[in-house]
Structure formats: C-alpha cells, structure tokens
Ligand binder design. Structure first.
Ligand code: MN
Length: 715
C-alpha cells in the first residue's frame, strides 16, 4: 500500500512539482492507521479506497488540500478519529472539507426516498460552502461504482440508480462532462442490466459499419481543413448506451432514427477557426437547421461551449459534428474542477454561475421543507432536458423542458418577468401558459400595469421564476397587511384617545412599541393586519400603562382562534364569519371537509364524512375548501400500545422530531405485564405529513397498535 501512496505522490508532483509532500504523507499515514483493520467488500484493505479516491482527484489535477482531504474522507465517518483530531493535525480548511463529506453521509431519515432528498440537500449546501466537498464526494462515488461488483445485486441496483438520479446530474450541472459520463456509463450497466445488454449488442452489430463511415467522413473533413492550414484534432464515437437508451425511450424510435448516433468532434485552436470550419461544413453538406446550435456565442448555464451541427451526407448518413477550441474542450471535460487545480486553488468562486444555480435551488425550497417535494423539484431541475429558445435578436436562452414565456421573461430580466403581459412565439401571439419548444423565437410584451399573480406559479417550471414570483406575492401581501394594520390601528388609537382624553404623539407610540413588542412600526402594523397580533385590552394596557380605566373597545374584535382559522379555509361569500374546527372529527389540512353553519358559533368545519353531519339540517351545510397557501399546526391525538421497554418514548420523540413535528403531550400508562399505552398528542401540517409520521411510528419494534383517539360526538 505504501507503494500505492508513492504512486499517488508521483502523480501529484507530475503536475505540481512544489506540492507539499509532508502534508500528503501525514494524511496518508493517519488514514492508513485509522483504517488499519478494516476491509472493503472486495476484501482489499480499506485504505485502498481513500487512495483510489485521492488518485481520481489527482487525475483532476486538484490542489493538495483536496488530495489530503480525499485521503482522509472516511476517517471520521468510519473510525475512532474525531473531527477535532483532524483539525489539530491538519488545520481548519482540511477539517471543514472532511466534515462536509462526513455530514453528507449522516442521514436521519428512515424512509429511503426521504433519505435521498436529505442527502441531496446536504450535498448542495456543502457544495455551496466549498466545492471541493462535492469533488471528493463525486470521486468517492466513482470509485465505489468501480467496485460495485462485490455487493449484492439489490444494493448494486439501488446505488447505481442513485448515481443516475443525483450524482451524475450534479456533475453535469457543474460542467464536469468527463465525470458525468464515467458515472453514467457504469451506473447504467448496473441499474438497467437488460437494457444495457440489448443496446450494446446492437451497437456492436453496427460497430464496423459505423467506424468505416466515421473514418471516411474524418478524411473528408481533413481535406476541408488542409487549404486553410487549420490545425485540429478530430475524434469520433458512437453514441453511448445510456444516451441511446434515453433517446429511444423518450421518442419511441429505433436505433436507425437516432440523429446523433454517429458523432465527430473537431478540436481546433481558435474561435475563428471553429466558425470557419462550421461554414465550410455547411457549404459542403446539407445540415439540419433545427439541430444547429451555437453554444460558443451562447454558452450553456454549466459553462459548456461548442458548436453542434448535424449533417446529412449524399448517401443519407447522419452525423453530429461538434466543433470547439482546446480550451473549451478542457472546460467541457473538467468544469468547475478546473478552478481548483493547483495554480488557482485559492479562489473562492463566490460568483460562479454554476453554484448560483444551486444556491437558488436551496433558496426556493426554504419555504417548503417537505423532503419529497424538494427531491421532486430538484430531480426535475437537474435532469429535465433543456430547451434552447431565442430572443428576437438571436440570443439563446436555456430553459427547462416545459418552460413557458413567463420562465423566458424571468430569464431575460426580473423586471421583464414582473411585467410580462403576453408573448409572441414565432411571430404568433400566444397565451402566457404556452409551453415553449426548442428553437422557438420568443418576444415578450411588457406592460407597467401587469404584475405577477399566484396563478403564474402554476405555469412556470424554472426555480428562478418560481422564486421571483413567490417573493413578489409575499411582498404584495405584506403591503396589504401593512395597509390594513395601519387602518385598524388608526381606528383603535382614535377611539382610545377620545375615550381617555389623552394626547400621544407618534414618536412616543413608536418608542413604546419598539420597547414592549420588540418590533418596528411596519412589522407591528403588518402583524395586526395579518391577524398575527390582535389588539386586545391586554396589549393596549401594556402599551399605555398610565391608563387604569379598563374600558376599551377595539374597532375590530375578532377572536384570535377564529381569525387564524379563517385564513386556513376558503369560504365563498363570507367575509367575517367565525370559523372553528369541530372537535368530534378534528379535520387536518388535506382531509375532505364541509362547513356547518351553527346558530351562534359561526361556521364549524367538519370532515366531510363526519357522522355528526349526517344527522343535521342539509341546508345549513356550506361547501368549504383548504387554503393551499396558509399553514397551521393541527393537533392530532393517538394511542399507541407498545412493549413496556425503556427507549420507547425516545424512539417516538425522535420520529416526530425528525419530521419537524412538535409533541404537545405524551403520557405513558402500564396496561399489562408487557404492554403499555402511550397517549400522544402531536402537531402536523397536513394529512401527508401525518401519514409519513404514522408510517414511521408503525415501524417501532414490537408495536401492537396505533389508534386515533375518539372524542365524544357533538356538533
Ligand atoms: Mn468513501
């Protein structure tokens, strides 16, 4: 193994002769010591794994910090060593990276899909702090993929699919074409062994025919280059199995119909030569305009640059040709990793657009902590095909498949997004919800009088547009609350002054509000306007302690409980009706519900199938629905019959805690020699949230039953 370390050191020295070999040696010896008695599934000594991972990082020519962290990446997770020890030995920079890698592997979710979402979120957050964490994680995954053979088939498939779902798309997003390709190629073989087998057989069948055709075309292109004295390299390939699979699946076509089955790449020395060659090639052969793309002038959001064009030769052969410079090629292969190569290893990449993309993603999902939703959205954002549409001036805008003119408008500029009124697509006026197609030319019409509505959220698919629209609506809502709060306050304070014949100046009031409620006036008004703060006698009294007379009548007297509930429910035709949840069936957001107009307590919300509703006057029933936007914690009560063993309560509370649910009450009561009854009251957001928690609770070891507690019926 020491020999393999020296090979690694040689590799690093070959691209960076001044590398700190003492640091590398120390990292190796501590890692070797820590993993001393551990073995991989392949039965190799464990240290072979970190050595290989560091080797992959050295192939990427990364800085010595990354290499050392790569050697140490499993030490904290799998051995007795602590992160503090790593920091003492290697300093904060390396320790932070190792900790970042370790944290990603620590998953608190039991449910595999939630765990996937959690991993992904952690990876993104870690990466926006220091990209090297993700470079190590990707190298780690690549080596694990290479040694997948030693694992049982089920596990192999799961890991391979996770690689396709998460790791390869992240590599793509970071512009690391080579990493993405390698990960996909191995993963595809393990994740879809039959499909892989079938397609690679088909390819093999065509191999010699294809090579002949590509070789011929290569010779012809070289002939074109000759008179211009252009130096360049041409290589060619048959499309990869996974890309063929995707294409064949998506478009439901046979192999012969795949346009870019045969592809040639020309790597030349200058941008001018790229365009010159493109022109000559378009002169010589017929090309397909819809498949011609200039990613040199309009680079992809992950930094990729190249010209793509598809030609048809006289005998009907179709070839995709990519033309780029050597520098562009390097960027396409290495992406963000290029920034961490030894010579530039210090830059922090704050403004890298590829990272901004991930930051936006995290930002957009802060509002919705549901891991399933997050996974769905991110997977969509990461893997959905991109479409390329044009501005009227010919600039290419990259969007997600399914994007609409609203997405396009926000991609152009936030203000264009905020005021987009309509769009011309290919000179036709279309509704804003129209889905765009690649190569559409889109012209946005704006108007000062237009602003985003909640409806728009249904029509957009990019995170950027979603985030901007949500922020706008929030701002508008806040303004509304502010106005409303000011009005309510104005009335109350007027009444108050009149009743008590007192003179307050505004500064005086501001000072008191700051001091007593710890908020500025705008927040104070907004809280009143949104019913978050209700002006009761009590709060007015605290605000004006000099008044002893208790008689105060606020202008609007909504009971706190009701007004809050009112926001959760949509009731057509009623403005200020009191709304309460029925205790008999305690509906939770997501349940089918029905309102019942009571004699004096306002509108009572029941579950639609509540037995109490069956015996009531039908004319008093009122259709209601949930307000999708507003959230509220709903209390639910369950009785669990569990084994009378220590640890049961902590198992229950760790399940609720991992799902962000508060326990309001929990009591334990022995009911037999072995069993006890846990009475549990906890809060949930909606029925989905509840079901996820129940599913986890059902898995508690030895649990006998879990039953919703009944409350005596009454309306
Ligand atoms: Mn590892």
């Amino acid at each position: 193994m020491v020999k393999r370390f020296f090979e690694l050191q040689e590799k690093v020295l070959s691209y960076y002769s001044k590398a700190n070999t003492r640091l590398l040696k120390k990292a190796y010896s501590i890692a070797a010591d820590a993993h001393l008695n551990q073995r991989r599934a392949s039965n190799e000594p464990f240290i072979s794994h970190p050595l290989e991972v560091a080797g992959i990082l050295a192939d990427m020519k990364l800085d010595e910090i990354s290499i050392a962290a790569g050697l140490l990446h499993d030490v904290v997770e799998d051995t007795e060593y602590t992160i503090d020890q790593i920091e003492t030995h290697f300093g904060k920079e390396i320790a932070d990276i190792v900790w970042g890698v370790t944290k990603i592997s620590k998953i608190s979710n039991f449910n595999p899909e939630d765990a996937k979402a959690e991993t992904l979120k952690k990876m993104i957050i870690a990466m926006t702090n220091d990209v090297r964490v993700i470079l190590i994680k990707l190298a780690d995954r690549l080596h694990n993929m290479h040694t997948l053979d030693h694992l049982p088939e089920e596990k192999r498939k799961r890991i391979a699919r996770e690689t396709l779902d998460i790791y390869a798309p992240i590599a793509y997003r970071l512009g690391m074409g080579k990493m993405k390709t390698e990960l996909e190629d191995i993963a595809f073989k393990y994740a879809y062994p039959e499909e892989y087998e079938r397609i690679s057989n088909e390819i093999e069948h065509k191999q010699s025919w294809a090579t002949q055709k590509l070789e011929n075309l290569k010779t012809e292109i070289e002939k074109i280059m000759e008179p211009f004295n252009i130096t360049g390299e041409i290589d060619y390939r048959i499309k990869r199995e996974i890309s063929i699979y995707r294409k064949v699946m998506r478009q439901n076509i046979t192999l012969d119909r795949v346009y870019d089955l045969l592809a040639l790449r020309i790597i030349t020395d200058s941008v001018e030569n790229c365009y010159l060659l493109m022109g000559e090639i378009h002169q010589r052969w017929q090309y397909i305009p819809a498949r011609w793309r200039d990613f040199i002038a309009n680079q992809k959001s992950n930094g990729y640059q190249s010209i793509h064009t598809t030609i048809i030769t006289a005998d009907g052969g179709k070839f995709e040709i990519q033309i780029r410079t050597a520098a562009m090629h390097k960027m396409a292969e290495e992406g963000i990793a290029a920034h961490w190569q030894y010579k530039e290893g210090i830059s922090f990449l704050e403004d890298d657009e590829r990272l901004q993309w991930f930051r936006d993603l995290i930002e957009a999902h802060k509002e919705n902590p549901d891991p399933q939703e997050f996974l769905k959205q991110v997977k969509g954002d990461l893997t959905t095909n991109e479409i390329y549409v044009f501005t009227p001036k010919g600039k290419v805008i990259t969007l997600k498949k399914g994007a609409t003119p609203i997405d396009f408008a926000f991609a152009i500029h936030t203000d264009v997004g905020y005021h987009c009124k309509g769009a011309y697509v290919n000179e036709q006026f279309v509704p804003l919800r129209t889905r765009l197609q690649s190569s559409d030319v889109v012209d946005i019409i704006t108007s000062k009088n237009i602003s985003p509505s909640a409806d728009w959220l249904k029509y957009v698919s990019t995170s950027r547009a979603k985030k901007k629209i949500a922020a706008f609506i929030q701002k508008k809502e806040n303004l509304l609350y502010l106005e409303r709060g000011k009005k309510i306050w104005g009335k109350v304070i007027k009444e108050y002054k009149r009743k008590h014949d007192l003179k307050f100046n505004e500064e005086d009031i501001t000072e008191r509000v700051n001091k007593i409620f710890h908020v500025d006036m705008d927040t104070f008004f907004r809280d009143i306007g949104s019913n978050k703060k209700v002006l009761e006698k009590k709060s007015l009294k605290t605000l004006f302690p000099e008044i002893t007379v208790p008689e105060i009548t606020p202008a609007k007297k909504a009971s706190k409980k009701s007004s809050q509930v009112f926001k959760l429910i949509n009731v057509d035709g009623y403005q200020d009706i009191d709304v309460l949840f029925a205790r008999c069936c305690s509906p939770i957001k997501g349940d089918k519900i029905m309102g019942y107009i009571t004699h004096n307590r306002g509108l009572m919300i029941h579950k639609a199938d509540c037995l109490n509703l069956k015996n009531t006057v039908q004319s008093r029933l009122k259709e209601v629905s949930w307000n999708e936007v507003a959230d509220f914690p709903y209390e639910v009560k369950y009785d669990l019959i569990v084994p009378d063993k220590p640890g049961v309560l902590s198992a229950i509370s760790s399940i609720t805690a991992s799902h962000d649910s508060n326990i309001k009450r929990i009591t334990l009561e022995k009911i037999s020699q072995q069993l006890c009854k846990v009475k549990l009251t906890f809060e949930v957001k909606d029925t989905q949230h509840l079901n996820r928690i129940l599913n986890e609770l059902k898995k508690i070891k030895g649990i006998d039953s879990i039953i919703r507690r009944k409350i005596p019926a009454h309306v």
